[in-house]
Design a protein around this ligand. Structure first.
Ligand SMILES: NC(=O)c1ccc[n+]([C@@H]2O[C@H](COP(=O)([O-])OP(=O)(O)OC[C@H]3O[C@@H](n4cnc5c(N)ncnc54)[C@H](OP(=O)(O)O)[C@@H]3O)[C@@H](O)[C@H]2O)c1
Length: 234
């Protein structure tokens, strides 16, 4: 039976390349995006031009009703979800500082970058538990590492990614023995809309994500990694 993977923010950047790589690794990929035109266009590029097994689902990660409807649909249609890649994120904000940050912007970042992945985990962990198998990949960042926070700046992004890392730790601890492994991955600096020019190619950023999405049963859980298993300090 083919494995099923879901990627949030799959229409562009790292998410799009992750969909391609997972499909090439043998998954049926559920490419999700909040904009139906962009999502369909991205999925069509992978199916029509590259012959990959990719299906578009509409998903704004801040929309709880959409998440719950989609998880029911996926359970009915496939009966499983093997890998959940929480990739979608907003507001890399190096231009502002915690001391006078726009807290509305911080709140938006928390809702998309922390509550979004959290709601998705809550919706899909029961399905994974029933199947005794799941790989949850939280796409994080060095920006969320407390170890590297000697400098200020980018508070919305850093605090939300640190929060996402806490979610990884908590879920991994709570899901021990269930067959579900949960890890945070730092994809490195990438030349996307978020990363801007100067970063590496998105293909490089997918290495750690694919690794974490396909870990064997005795693989790590509750870790923070770069590439294929290099630990990142919390
Ligand atoms: N690029 C880097 O250097 C870098 C470094 C470290 C970590 N990361 C992490 O890697 C991940 C991907 O980053 P990227 O560089 O590919 O960013 P990006 O090019 O800005 O793409 C972000 C994606 O997230 C989607 N998105 C945003 N809000 C959403 C929502 N509410 N619901 C659904 N989708 C939503 C966007 O959709 P729309 O097209 O509709 O806006 C887009 O598909 C992020 O978690 C980021 O923090 C990136």
């Amino acid at each position: 039976m083919k494995r099923i993977a879901l990627v949030t923010g799959g229409n562009r950047g790292l998410g799009f390349e992750t969909c391609r790589r997972l499909a090439k690794s043998g998954f049926t990929v559920l490419l999700t995006a909040r904009n139906p035109d962009k999502g369909n266009e991205a999925a069509n590029e992978l199916t029509d031009k590259e012959g990959l097994d990719v299906i578009f689902f509409l998903l704004d990660v801040t929309n709880k009703d959409q998440i719950n409807t989609m998880s029911k649909q996926i359970e009915q249609q496939f009966g499983r979800l093997d890998a959940l890649v929480n990739n979608a994120a907003i507001h890399y904000d190096p231009w502002q500082y915690a001391i006078d940050a726009d807290l509305n912007l911080v709140e938006q970042a928390m809702i998309t970058n922390v509550y979004g992945p959290w709601m998705l985990c809550q919706a899909f962990v029961p399905i994974m538990k029933r199947n005794g198998y799941g790989r949850i990949v939280n796409v994080s960042s060095l920006g969320g590492s407390l170890h590297y926070m000697q400098e200020g700046g980018a508070p919305a992004y850093s605090i939300s990614k640190a929060g996402l890392n806490v979610l990884t730790r908590k879920l991994a601890a709570e899901l021990q023995g269930t067959g579900i492994l949960v890890n945070s991955i730092d994809p490195g600096w990438l030349a996307t809309d978020m990363g801007g020019p100067g970063g590496g190619p998105v293909q490089e950023g997918t290495r750690g994500i694919i690794w974490a999405a396909t870990l064997p049963g005795d693989g790590p859980s509750g870790g923070f990694f770069y590439e294929q298993g290099k630990p990142v300090p919390w």
